[in-house]
Design a protein around this ligand. Structure first.
Ligand code: ATP
Ligand code: MG
Length: 603
């Protein structure tokens, strides 16, 4: 097929589009660049990982065919929408790495909102088209209350009842519609309805509401309008005005498609200037385990102070995932891997975490950071030179990429290791520190634990000796009988000399249940109280900033400028958006090195 990016995944929608391009449904046969899609968020919250899928599908298809995808705000509900959400959504789509027509680069002084479209810009056109339907006898103003209208809708088994205003003259409806529009009637006192079929088996076709009166200020149009269009009426028109070929949405809109089509056909009936008719296609939502993808519920977490805002690193929002250190590449890879189908399913969140591990493993510079430090004193350090001397060791920056080079790490007579790398009376299979046992310090020396010093039962210091013949962590030379000493454990460490104090936030899943809320109907019951643990007084090696050599090799180079690392044996971490507090750098753990959840479930 004539497509620009054959590496993007194929699925049932590409099958449909390929067929249409071949037959020339949207333009010249064979011309793939006619494909126009859109991503239409409502600016009533931040985007979450579910939206990432919708973005990957619509923008991804436009990329694949060499067409275009619009970023259009479906801002038809003034009471719930805000400009702050608009700005956040624009940033998130850009961060994921997609481009809409007319997009400008804010880092080069461009307007971040350049090229972004708004449904509210079409309100005037929509109103004209609505008047046209009234004139044709295909819409009417209903003066009943919302309760009365609801009571007349009927049931799935039985037909509804027609409104007493259903057959009023068009001139009456037009006059009332004008009054509704200009603020002359109370909220909820009348609506404009399409005149379709009160007996339709599809409830969406039983004279659906097109406009309601809401006398609230809109974040863009101010008090210009006192009526706002309903989703079903507005959406197809937005698509039509923009010349969208494929209007892709989630499965819950399947039963709205007949209405989507009815509105356009009604407008085009006996119309010498028919409007463009886009094709709506539905696909399954992304529904990952252990998270929620409802903006309403996410807003509850924010408003209730359960989390520190939409971009809290525990949140499944794109801004939360970004702050936690997830890369756009990992999120896109996850969405591509889940695929595009017509079947609703739950997707293992572990797949997203693994996508992050795989991406970060390739690109993250390695560093050593001790999260819960205990002091190690090397008793014989002074016997082999000055007692306060510091030796520089050489660490490999990225074993996945030789070109990333090395860095210098100081080693001295006082070090820090992890508290839980020591155990009293350890069993034979314990390959870390215990009295009398030897371990390798990565890139450092081999040390043997001689004594654990405790105060009030708490470990305060490990007295150790080192073997000067193991420099760089190498095995010592063979003894006179040709035997080589071996150790099984390798520990990370940081020398006291030059150590950088830092704070580390260990981020875990926000919910402990695979389906939050399933057990008790209240999703907050499944909150994970340990989803974020702050560790203070962690110790990081001094040369932790990414070096030029690493960057030349592509290690530690990130499209979003966020600094990410692998802290050896601990996982992947990023510098938090705040950078540092009082000069102390703050890191977030994106994911541990291994998936501890599936392990604990397997027990
Ligand atoms: P919510 O129900 O959380 O408010 P929404 O669907 O109302 O979400 P919109 O801003 O209207 O939010 O969504 C914009 C687009 O994103 C829509 O086309 C919608 O179908 C799609 N979308 C939303 N959630 C998901 C999801 N979990 N998986 C895939 N697409 C989604
Ligand atoms: Mg929606």
């Amino acid at each position: 097929m004539d497509s620009q990016h054959d590496d993007t995944p194929r699925h049932f929608i590409t099958e449909i589009i390929d067929g249409e391009i071949a037959s020339g449904r949207w333009g010249d046969p064979g011309d793939a660049s006619v494909v126009r899609t859109r991503f239409p968020p409502e600016p009533n919250g931040f985007l979450h990982v579910g939206h990432a899928k919708a973005i990957c599908v619509s923008f991804g298809l436009a990329e694949r065919y060499g067409g275009a995808c619009n970023l259009r705000f479906d801002d038809t509900n003034p009471e719930k929408e805000e400009d702050a959400y608009v700005r956040a959504i624009i940033e998130d789509v850009r961060w994921l790495g997609f481009a809409w027509p007319g997009m400008a680069d804010p880092s080069a002084g461009g307007d971040p909102a350049a090229g972004v479209l708004f449904a509210s810009d079409y309100f005037g056109r929509m109103y004209e088209l609505a008047r046209g339907l009234v004139e044709k006898g295909l819409a009417y103003v209903d003066e009943q209350s919302p309760e009365e209208i609801r009571a007349q809708r009927g049931t799935l088994k039985g037909p509804g009842t027609g409104s007493p205003f259903r057959d009023r003259p068009a001139s009456e409806s037009l006059a009332l519609l004008e009054k509704m529009k200009s603020g002359g009637v109370e909220d909820g006192s009348m609506v404009l309805r399409a005149k379709i079929d009160m007996a339709s088996p599809n409830m969406n076709l039983r004279d659906p509401v097109m406009y309601r009166v809401v006398r609230a200020a809109h974040h863009r149009t101010g008090s210009e309008w006192s009526i706002y269009p309903m989703y079903d009426w507005a959406h197809g028109l937005e698509d039509s005005i923009e010349g969208i070929t494929h209007s892709l949405c989630t499965l819950e809109f399947e039963h709205h498609r007949p209405l989507y089509d009815w509105f356009i056909e009604a407008i085009n009936r006996d119309n010498p200037e028919p409007i463009h008719h886009s094709r709506q296609i539905e696909f399954a939502r992304l529904n990952p385990s252990y998270i929620i993808t409802s903006k309403r519920k996410l807003k509850q977490l924010v408003d209730g102070g359960v989390v520190d805002g939409w971009d809290d690193p525990r949140m499944p929002t794109l801004s939360g995932l970004r702050r936690r250190g997830f890369t756009p590449e990992a999120i896109r890879g996850f969405c591509d891997g889940v695929g595009v189908t017509k079947f609703n399913a739950v997707h293992d969140i572990g797949l997203l975490e693994n996508a992050a591990r795989n991406d970060l493993n390739r690109r993250a510079p390695r560093r050593m950071c001790v999260l819960d430090p205990v002091r190690v004193v090397i008793e014989n350090w002074g016997e082999h030179g000055e007692a306060d001397r510091v030796e520089m060791m050489t660490g490999i920056n990225n074993p996945e990429d030789e070109a990333a080079g090395t860095r210098e790490i100081p080693f001295g007579g006082v070090l820090y290791v992890e508290r839980d790398d020591y155990m009293d009376d350890a069993p034979k299979k314990w390959f870390r520190l215990t009295e009398g046992r030897e371990v390798r310090l990565r890139y450092g020396y081999w040390i043997t634990c001689r004594e654990a010093v405790k105060e009030n039962g708490e470990l305060v210091e490990l007295r150790c000796t080192y073997d000067p013949l193991t420099r760089g962590g190498d095995s010592p030379p063979a003894d006179a009988e040709g035997r080589v000493r071996k150790v099984k454990g390798t520990l990370h460490w940081v020398a006291k000399a030059g150590a950088v104090g830092c704070r580390v936030r260990l981020i875990d899943r926000l919910f402990t249940a695979e389906r939050p809320g399933k057990r008790t109907d209240e999703f907050m019951d499944d909150l994970n109280p340990e989803a974020m643990r702050l560790l203070e007084g962690c110790r990081l090696e001094p040369n932790w900033r990414t070096t030029g050599g690493e960057r030349d090799a592509g290690t530690g180079v990130w499209s979003d400028g966020i600094e990410r690392f692998q802290f050896e044996r601990q996982g992947y971490f990023c510098v938090d958006a705040c950078g540092a507090v009082d000069g102390v750098p703050v890191f977030n753990r994106t994911v541990p090195l291994r998936d501890s959840w599936s392990k604990s479930k397997g027990k």
